[in-house]
Design a protein around this ligand. Structure first.
Ligand code: NAP
Ligand code: GDD
Length: 331
């Protein structure tokens, strides 16, 4: 049975990757940092099939010990401070986790067992103020946030350890991918959850920032499949995963509201506090290399993605309402 170690397993991608690898027959080790409140919401359905272990990308000793103890075949480094606005407020922490954390893990692999295959979660945020359209593996980087800068470091240190020490280290340059498990602070989930709450009569307004930004949005389960495919190939390399389509925030909002029969103009309010000090105006990826070499492609359209997310949040609120009003048979 192959063994995979996942950092960031409590996040959106970590939970989907764990689902995927368990289905493939892997033994999955999930690295969780210590906190005073345990939050395994995204893992509840598979918790008893995982080994949850404590570790932190800020603490290299913990990473070395984990690799020595569990001897994984594959390491997926998904942990990061991943929210762009927070990176402007906490640029040093973002650099420690999202940039130097990658070096800590790579060097732990170099120290413990160089045969371990490594996946780094790089990002389309690295393209930032884009040098060309669409973006490929060869497009120069111009990051626009401390998060993007940290990801550029993580990307290049991954390549450097591959070239310096012969590690099987891959970097996936992933464009935005979403799902009902997305954090509530990211635009697509903020919108799907807000729409569901407005439809349920729990709120009337949804306060957003820049509606003109364009993103290449896909469905998260498609993207974790691509991570695994990179590590199964004969040679380590870097790949863009994207849909090849770009849409504005405004389009996302409009489709989400119209899906439940509402007009977004009646509910959306703009507040400049959600604008960023520097914005990434346009992202659209060219996934031709991943398609040609790995056989990867996305399976969920933009419109379908928006509908999946809104429907999931509507169902979640209905469930919560049923739980609140259902009689408690234990009284
Ligand atoms: P996410 O939901 O924000 O999850 C981030 C994970 O990192 C959480 O499990 C978090 O743990 C963990 N983490 C944060 N700091 C840590 C530390 N110091 N030590 C150990 N773990 C730590 O992110 P995601 O959307 O799943 O994304 C996964 C990765 O892909 C991230 O690296 C992200 O930057 C990158 N990426 C995402 C996208 C996208 O569209 N989703 C696109 C490109 C790249 P807690 O639960 O304890 O906070
Ligand atoms: N979060 C948020 N909240 N974004 C808003 C809002 C709002 O109220 N209003 C408009 N936006 C715009 C942002 O300015 C940005 O242009 C766009 O919506 C998408 O924002 P997010 O969903 O927060 O994602 P992101 O593109 O900044 O970053 C995500 O994708 C990256 C890959 O390109 C994150 O998942 C990163 O971790 C990931 O690397």
């Amino acid at each position: 049975m192959p063994k995979a170690l996942i950092t960031g397993i409590t996040g959106q991608d970590g939970s989907y990757l764990a689902d995927f690898l368990l289905d493939k027959g892997y033994e999955v080790i999930g690295v969780v940092r210590r906190s005073s409140t345990i939050n395994f919401d995204r893992l509840r359905h598979i918790q008893d099939r995982l080994a949850i272990v404590q570790g932190d990308l800020l603490d290299q000793v913990s990473l070395i010990h984990l690799l020595q103890e569990h001897q994984p075949d594959e390491v997926y480094n998904l942990a990061a401070q991943s929210f762009v606005p927070t990176s402007f407020n906490q640029p040093v922490l973002t650099g420690e986790v999202t940039a130097l954390g990658v070096t800590r893990m790579l060097d732990a692999i170099r120290t413990v067992d160089r045969r371990i295959r490594f996946y780094q979660a790089s990002s389309s945020e690295m393209f930032g103020k884009v040098a060309e359209v669409p973006q490929t593996e060869k497009t120069p980087f111009h990051p626009r946030s401390p998060y993007g800068v940290a990801k550029v470091y993580g990307h290049w240190i991954t390549i450097n350890y591959r070239e310096s020490y012969g590690l099987f280290a891959c970097s996936g340059i992933l464009f935005n991918h979403e799902s009902p498990r997305r954090g509530l602070e990211f635009l697509p989930r903020k919108v799907s959850y807000g729409v569901a709450r407005i439809k349920a009569g729990l709120q009337d307004k949804l306060v957003l920032g820049n509606l003109e930004a364009r993103r290449d949005w896909g469905y998260a389960p498609d993207y974790v499949r691509g991570m695994w495919m990179m590590l199964q190939h004969d040679h380590p390399d870097d790949y863009v995963l994207a849909t090849g389509e770009t849409h504005t925030v405004r389009e996302f909002v409009q489709i989400a509201f119209s899906h439940v029969g509402l007009d977004w103009n009646d509910h959306v309010v703009i507040d400049p506090k959600y604008y960023r000090p520097a914005e990434v105006d346009l992202l659209v990826g060219n996934p031709a290399k991943a398609r040609a070499i790995l056989g990867w492609q996305h399976s969920v359209s933009f419109e379908r993605l928006v509908q999946i997310m809104v429907d999931a949040d509507l169902a979640m609120l209905q469930e919560a309402e049923i739980q609140r009003t259902a009689p408690n048979i234990n009284w």
